[in-house]
Write a protein that binds this ligand. Structure first.
Ligand code: NI
Length: 255
């Protein structure tokens, strides 16, 4: 199984990164995507991908860090990429953490979308309390020339359907296993099987039954099991389908 979004580059993994990676592959994991959120975490994601088999990486500046963004720095990161770069992300809008700098967030988001189009890379979107603005921006680019995924989707079913109509994929973290995630549970049951895949967002959002502990990539199986149970589908079949979705989306060729 693929963990399509984790932060192995987070300092919470500095002391035991190798064993976290080993545990994932020993549990049957096939590939990991280590996600950048600013310049230095993007560089670190690249380094981790380059020194491990079956680990890929993304580069991007998260909306919380939009003040640190430089378009030329980002373009340099793309031009000096390794063949394991699979996407630009996580990028997007976050009005939950900060709604006073909307214009700046939008400027940085759009700049990174344009770079992704220029270099033909899919994008991984972080969106919190900003679905309408993200949707309006994406709509201006329709029909989409690059893959777009909403990471840790937590919006409404209505937005999910609108996004899917645009060709956007959704990805789900361990938060769908949380008791109060009623909307997400409904959405992950109703959307077509070819429109989503799984991630951990480790070290955050640990799925049940380990909620509260530090998250790590091997827990992606718990989220898949939970959703398979909700959808009344065999978990192996679900993982096969969502892995195919992810491989196609990130253009990962293996297995
Ligand atoms: Ni993340």
């Amino acid at each position: 199984m693929i963990d399509t979004h984790c932060h192995l580059n987070d300092s919470q993994f500095d002391n035991d990164l190798d064993s976290v990676i080993n545990n994932f592959f020993l549990s049957g994991g096939k590939a990991l995507i280590c996600v950048g959120a600013d310049f230095s975490s993007s560089m670190k994601a690249k380094m981790i991908a380059e020194s491990n088999d079956n680990i890929y990486y993304t580069i991007g500046v998260h909306p919380d860090d939009c003040d640190t963004y430089s378009q030329s720095e980002m373009e340099d990161l793309i031009l000096t990429k390794s063949d394991k770069l699979v996407a630009i992300g996580e990028i997007g809008l976050d009005y939950f953490h900060n709604k006073l700098n909307k214009a700046k967030q939008i400027e940085v988001f759009v700049s990174q979308i344009n770079l992704a189009i220029k270099y033909n890379l899919p994008i991984v979107i972080h969106c919190r309390d900003a679905y309408q603005d993200v949707y309006n921006i994406l709509k201006e680019y329709a029909p989409l020339k690059i893959g777009v995924v909403m990471h840790c989707y937590s919006g409404s079913l209505e937005f999910a359907n609108q996004l899917i109509k645009l060709g956007v994929k959704l990805s789900f973290t361990g938060s769908v296993t949380f008791k109060n995630a009623i909307k997400a549970k409904e959405i992950v049951q109703k959307i077509p099987l070819d429109t989503f895949f799984f991630e951990t967002d480790a070290p955050y959002l640990t799925p049940e039954p380990n909620r509260g502990k530090r998250n790590e990539p091997k827990n992606v199986f718990d989220t898949a099991k939970y959703v398979a149970n909700l959808r009344q589908i065999d978990v192996k079949r679900l993982i096969k389908i969502t892995d195919e979705n992810a491989k196609k989306f990130f253009n990962i060729k293996f297995m």
